[in-house]
Design a protein around this ligand. Sequence first.
Ligand SMILES: NC(=O)c1ccc[n+]([C@@H]2O[C@H](COP(=O)([O-])OP(=O)(O)OC[C@H]3O[C@@H](n4cnc5c(N)ncnc54)[C@H](OP(=O)(O)O)[C@@H]3O)[C@@H](O)[C@H]2O)c1
Length: 323
Amino acid sequence: MRAVIATEPGGPEVLQIADVEAPVAGPGELLLRTVAAGVNRADILQRQGHYPPPRGTSEIIGLEVSGHIEAVGEGVQGWKAGDPAVALLAGGGYAELVALPAGQVIRPPEGVDLVTAAGLIEVAATVVSNMDHVHLAPGETLLTHGGAGGIGSFAIQYAKGLGCRVATTAGSAEKLDLCRELGADIALDYHDDWVAQLKEATGGRGVDVILDVMGAKYLDANVRSLARRGRLVVIGMQGGIKGELNLNVLLSKNATVTATSLRFRPVEEKAAIVARVAETVWPLLASGAIRVVRETRFPVEDVRAAHEHLTSGANAGKIILTF
Ligand SMILES: NC(=O)c1ccc[n+]([C@@H]2O[C@H](COP(=O)([O-])OP(=O)(O)OC[C@H]3O[C@@H](n4cnc5c(N)ncnc54)[C@H](OP(=O)(O)O)[C@@H]3O)[C@@H](O)[C@H]2O)c1
């Protein structure tokens, strides 16, 4: 089969299409023929050699795909060859064929094009599992950084659907407009003093939950922006991995700092999250309560351009590779 391989760690130029051995569906697995694959920040880190896949996982980059069932492994019920499907992967997505545990595969959301569906499962699973993890509740205020990005654009809409007030940050006027269109009540340029602006916009109270993609760079600012009993969940480290935590501020607020990774969760946890996505998020997409913001498609042959586009800062929404 054809797949994108990285010849060595490095820039987009190390990516190339090659013929590699096709996977097979083992017991409890499904084999998918890929129609499209989502491109994620983690893919860039893996290409650069900073984010190796979990042990036993394909070395091929790619955390989410859509496609059709090619083969059904021993013991798997409810699927047959040709069924459309979307899958959450620990790796292996930039390839014509992908084998994975059946629990990580679900039907695509109703009324959503199968190519578009490839870019939904990773963000949906990340946002829902993290908002469950920190018990985001109706009436609370959420701050999600990077509201025009893949995670942020989804988180704004999901939290608004829950009945929350939503604050977000973005890096340009155009992206801030997009955040407001998606429902953000407070949209702040992260080049400005967003901490002071957020404090003012919340009447000095701060926010109940922060979904953070910046890590070290924002650790202190995030903790200072929490309300009493606030919860900060870190899912990205775009601003570094080691920060300084002011425990005095944390304890005076009875606040919580936590961090999660979807990719490194065991198969059973991923299956439970994916089932929750099918049950709670797919109906919101089908009804239009959550909409696909923007997407940019590249044929898989242009995978280098797709990676360049993601890191250029010009992208909003998701990037999809088509097969
Ligand atoms: N832990 C997990 O399980 C998990 C799962 C999925 C994703 N992630 C992580 O989540 C992060 C976001 O993923 P994504 O798919 O949404 O990527 P993306 O679409 O590329 O978005 C990145 C976002 O970061 C924002 N950003 C950059 N610099 C910022 C700053 N100084 N302050 C605030 N925001 C800033 C960008 O805002 P502008 O575009 O406005 O500049 C953009 O919205 C990545 O680090 C990814 O690895 C983690």
